[in-house]
Ligand binder design. Structure first.
Ligand SMILES: [Zn+2]
Length: 135
């Protein structure tokens, strides 16, 4: 069923991010020049424009900064999934990223909820970093 959902589109800037996800790790970028951590993956630092970046592994923990509930499927493949939660997650390390909140209690998501990364399979071993509410 999940194979019908879109698989990640990998490019050279995001290769390590998707490779990390396949191995159950949430990877984020760190600038070696100014120390700023950022998401989403790109080849230069959004703070100082340095190209001297490295990958670090996030703890995978964060809080819900904002969220919305999707009630109308954006593509036919999402029809079985609605309603579902799209959230802006603030990672423990600072950067914010968009993801779905998964799990039976996902629709009870609230701002400030503690969440933890989980990895949703999308066929061919590809995995998407998503989040679930921490108990
Ligand atoms: Zn920088």
């Amino acid at each position: 069923m999940n194979q019908e959902l879109p698989a990640p589109i990998v490019n050279p800037d995001s290769q390590a991010y998707w490779d990390g996800a396949r191995n159950g790790r949430l990877m984020i970028r760190k600038c070696k020049a100014c120390g700023v951590l950022h998401f989403l993956p790109r080849y230069l630092c959004p703070s100082c424009w340095s190209t001297d970046l490295e990958w670090i592994q996030s703890s995978g923990r964060g809080t819900v900064h904002s969220f919305t509930i999707i009630r109308r499927a954006p593509l036919p493949a999402f029809t079985d999934r609605v309603p579902y939660v799209v959230a802006l997650i603030e990672l423990e390390e600072g950067p914010r990223m968009m993801a779905n909140i998964l799990g039976e209690d996902a629709l009870a998501t609230g701002i400030g909820d503690a969440v933890e990364v989980c990895f949703e399979e999308r066929g061919d071993g590809a995995k998407i970093p998503q989040f679930s509410r921490r108990k």
